[in-house]
Design a protein around this ligand. Structure first.
Ligand SMILES: Nc1nc2c(ncn2[C@@H]2O[C@H](COP(=O)(O)OP(=O)(O)OP(=O)(O)O)[C@@H](O)[C@H]2O)c(=O)[nH]1
Ligand SMILES: [Mg+2]
Length: 431
């Protein structure tokens, strides 16, 4: 009891190495589980890996390993076992009765971190929905004495007190949350329509958690001529710092405008219940005209992280979207060219630092090239009767030259194909 007060979550992590059936290398995966555990507030006492090519239906790991872990629990005075995969309710119940300490799985752990981090109303609702969906099929397993003692990792959340209630309550609550989420999505929809009406291109930052997406968003806000530090988004060295999408208008000095979206980071084995609960939030990236994949080049597992990001994006249906891959945090990398070599992708990669701003200009020019390549140089002669057209063009574009002539205002600018068509009557054709 006394020890519990000092360190309430003394954890042993357990993973199953299924050989080449593993999605990712087991050591990388356990390292990440360790990071996730720390993010949830646990201290990691030991990592146990079992090499086995079948999953034991009753206890997930084999009998011998169960006994070995029992000894470890005793020797290390552990009070929490965290499994690297999703377990069934029955497996959790069986393992808890073997170990006499709490057992949680990777999914419950990730849901727990999301629950601690969620701040906005919508994020809280989405986390609670994901937790309830995870719990519903596991109610009997989670009803053991150990799982019921609240407050520990895997039981925290917006609806904490209610999570242990019965099936019927959970179903009703799921419906209730769904309708509340739908309500707030209606407001989102109008935002989307507004953007479409103004034909402003949209760029979304995507990538693994902690890669530096929010830091990059802030670097763009700084570059924007409308840059307002109050509009900075939250960036921090922790897993899942961002749990919602954030939009900012970025206005460049030549008046070109785009909307930048910061999104939730990915992690390997992102729970299905989370993906479906956060679907609307994640799908905001789908409306983007261009994706920027931010990769933390200083992370030794960046290769695996890129693969996971690609898989999640592919499942979301973003296959044919233009994407720029950015190797971030080069200020932390000793030999950038070595790291670049490791990229298996044939696409060009921009190596930069969102923090120091190094090489951000290269990214900016590539964004411009993709978003505004359809823009055309145009010379207009706008009759004095159409003052609205002149003020619209001056507000929207950087004017290359302007002159008041006898029969109207002469204007030269690089305009979007839509405006090119809209003001076709005023075009001066080159001779
Ligand atoms: N040295 C260095 N640190 C960086 C750079 N970019 C981001 N960071 C740091 O990396 C940490 C994570 O940055 P965030 O911008 O919060 O990462 P994120 O991708 O938004 O993470 P999630 O919101 O969790 O998905 C912070 O401590 C940043 O200061 C960089 O270019 N160089
Ligand atoms: Mg972020």
């Amino acid at each position: 009891m006394e020890k519990d007060m000092i360190d309430p979550n003394r954890a042993i992590l357990v993973g199953l190495n299924l050989g080449n059936r593993n999605e990712i290398n087991i050591d990388d995966s356990m390292d990440e589980l360790s990071e996730l555990s720390k993010a949830a507030g646990a201290s990691v006492l030991q990592i146990v890996i079992q090499n086995k090519n079948i999953i034991e239906a009753t206890t997930y790991i084999g009998k011998g390993k169960v006994d070995e872990i029992k000894m470890l629990i005793y020797a290390l005075d552990a009070n929490l076992i965290i499994f690297n995969d999703e377990l069934s309710g029955a497996q959790i119940r069986n393992l808890e009765s073997e170990f006499s300490v709490r057992v949680i799985d990777r999914t419950a752990l990730i849901l727990d971190i999301f629950a601690i981090r969620a701040e906005t109303k919508i994020a809280k609702l989405q986390v609670e929905l994901a937790q309830l969906k995870y719990r519903l099929p596991r109610l009997s397993g989670l009803h053991s004495e150990l799982s019921r003692t609240g407050g520990g990792i895997g039981t925290r959340g917006p609806g904490e007190q209610k999570l242990e209630l019965d099936r019927r309550y959970i179903r009703d609550r799921i419906d209730e949350i769904r309708s509340q989420i739908k309500e707030s999505e209606k407001t989102r929809e109008t935002q989307k329509q507004l953007r479409e009406k103004n034909e402003i291109p949209i760029v979304a930052l995507v990538g693994y958690t902690n890669a530096g997406k929010s830091t990059m968003m802030n670097a763009f806000i700084e570059k924007s001529v409308e840059g307002d530090p109050l509009k900075h988004v939250f960036e921090k060295d922790m897993l899942f710092a961002t749990l919602d999408t954030y939009h900012r208008r970025i206005v460049l000095d030549d008046k070109k405008v785009f909307i930048l979206i910061d999104t939730i980071g990915f992690v390997s084995k992102l729970p299905h219940s989370l993906i479906s609960a956060f679907k609307a939030t994640l799908e905001e990236a789908l409306v983007a005209d261009l994706l920027i994949q931010v990769v933390d080049g200083s992370n030794e597992h960046f290769d695996m992280q890129m693969r996971v990001t690609h898989d999640v994006l592919k499942n979301m249906g973003t296959k044919d979207k233009p994407m720029i891959t950015v190797l971030n945090k080069i200020d932390k990398i000793e030999n950038v060219s070595d790291v670049k070599e490791l990229f298996r992708s044939d696409d060009s990669v921009i190596a930069l630092s969102s923090k120091t701003g190094e090489n951000m200009d290269a990214l900016m020019s590539q964004i411009k090239e993709i978003l505004f390549s359809q823009h055309k140089q145009a010379k207009f002669l706008v009759p004095y009767t159409d003052g609205t057209a002149v003020s619209y063009l001056c507000d929207t574009y950087k004017i290359i030259s302007m002159d008041y002539r006898e029969n109207g205002t002469y204007l030269e600018a690089e305009v979007s194909p839509i405006d090119f068509g809209r003001y076709e009557d005023y075009l001066i054709k080159d001779v």
